[in-house]
Design a protein around this ligand. Structure first.
Ligand SMILES: [Mn+2]
Length: 419
């Protein structure tokens, strides 16, 4: 049986469940997913020599890490060609490029410091998403940024946030695609604090000052991302789930961002997606794979990932949810890490688009719950692989593991030479 026969047979089987696989494939081609630059160099960036801070950590020392903007772009470019679908580029502020411009501190970043990235994105018809970097910097004082009781420190980071709002609008105007700008800080305390409200009131005021920076909300979509804890910040995190969600709910145009590694291990973000969609016109996601903690393992085509994609699709919210990958594994080939994660989320979206959501909802609403269980299990063994093959073929990328042969060649020819 050749690929075409396999697909035609699969298409017929899905049609018996009322699913149009051709339509699913066409829809997926138009869904933008943001690819994070920071998998390529273990969140190091180009503006400092110090360690990674902020309560996050990469583990592993696989050879071939990108050391310069040129190497990171070369690796990204290679990885992008192995992934089907529509991409956006997700940058952090610490990826500013100073080669032609001279160094600028984070509170003085300007469009010229990101000109090579804009060129990179425009050449590939990608929009850009952006993140202020509130970690890995000398001006983080006692582990604090936007919550710092030291006004000089707090003001530095507010200026950084404002510079990033201006940069985000620049990216949106240059690419013609709105920029999602995400605010996340690791501020908190290792042990029991004496004041849990003071840092949060300062954080609230800091974000309010940042979002007051003039911008067009149609071009710059500002998000706030919560977190439950970080390494060395186990007892208290200022930007908790309740804090960020309430901030977004009470500030016009601000989106809540949920990272599925940033909750207690038994909480599931897929149940939170429809809850938030009842109230927010738009929300944002960081898609990752937490193993026992916020470990940022590579995203796989696993149950949690599938369920998150299903909720977006069956809530008819594809245009209301901004999707970005956020993980970093330094223990394996980084190009493979990028590719597996991006392809896994593509598979999850395609799987969701090939699920007979309408007929399953009818079973639920008619309380035919025995039948609902039976049908949900039946759907799991439909010939999804043949639909995935067709989608990859139409996107001009390998559907099977052949792409990994290219990664191995690239590792041999390019990565191992980096020392
Ligand atoms: Mn995140």
């Amino acid at each position: 049986m050749n690929q075409n026969d396999r697909y035609e047979a699969a298409k017929k089987q899905y049609a018996l469940f009322g699913v149009d696989t051709d339509a699913a494939i066409e829809r997926l081609k138009e869904i933008p997913v943001s690819l994070h630059c920071w998998q390529g160099d273990d969140v190091t960036g180009f503006d400092h020599d110090g360690p990674l801070t902020g309560g996050i950590q990469t583990t592993g020392n696989y050879p071939g890490k990108a050391r310069t903007p040129e190497e990171l772009m070369q690796d990204l470019d290679f990885a992008l060609k192995l992934m089907p679908g529509k991409k956006k580029l997700n940058l952090h502020a610490n990826y500013a490029i100073f080669k032609e411009t001279g160094y600028a501190n984070r509170d003085e970043l300007e469009p010229k410091h990101f000109a090579p990235w804009v060129e990179f994105a425009k050449e590939r018809n990608m929009g850009i998403d952006f993140n202020p970097t509130f970690f890995s910097h000398d001006c983080v004082k006692d582990g604090l940024t936007l919550t710092s009781p030291d006004e000089g420190t707090r003001n530095f980071w507010i200026r950084h946030g404002k510079a990033c709002v201006r940069l985000s609008e620049f990216f949106a105007k240059e690419t013609g695609i709105p920029c999602v700008m995400n605010i996340w800080i690791g501020d908190g305390y290792k042990d029991i604090p004496a004041d849990r409200m003071g840092p949060r009131l300062r954080y609230k005021d800091s974000i309010e000052q940042i979002i007051a920076e003039p911008h067009d909300p149609a071009l710059v979509k500002i998000c706030v991302e919560s977190k439950v804890f970080g390494i060395g910040v186990e007892s208290y995190t200022a930007g908790s789930a309740e804090f960020t969600l309430t901030f977004a709910a009470t500030h016009e145009g601000i989106l809540p961002l949920m990272d599925n590694g940033h909750y207690h291990p038994t909480e599931v973000v897929y149940d939170k997606i429809p809850a938030l969609l009842c109230f927010f016109p738009e929300i944002a996601l960081h898609i990752t794979r937490p193993v026992r903690w916020d470990s940022d393992h590579v995203v796989l085509f696993d149950d949690e990932t599938k369920e998150m994609a299903k909720e977006i699709v069956r809530c008819d919210a594809i245009n209301r949810v901004h999707m970005a990958l956020d993980y970093f594994d330094a223990s394996i080939n980084r190009i493979s890490a990028w590719t597996v994660g991006f392809r896994s989320w593509q598979k999850a979206l395609l799987n969701a688009l090939c699920t007979p959501n309408d007929s399953l909802k009818v079973l639920q609403d008619e309380s035919r719950l025995t039948e609902l269980m039976v049908m949900q299990e039946e759907v799991k063994t439909l010939p999804f692989g043949a639909v995935w093959e067709r989608y990859c073929e139409q996107c001009g990328v390998e559907s099977g593991a052949e792409w990994f042969t290219k990664v191995k060649e690239y590792e041999k020819n390019v990565l191992t030479g980096r020392g």
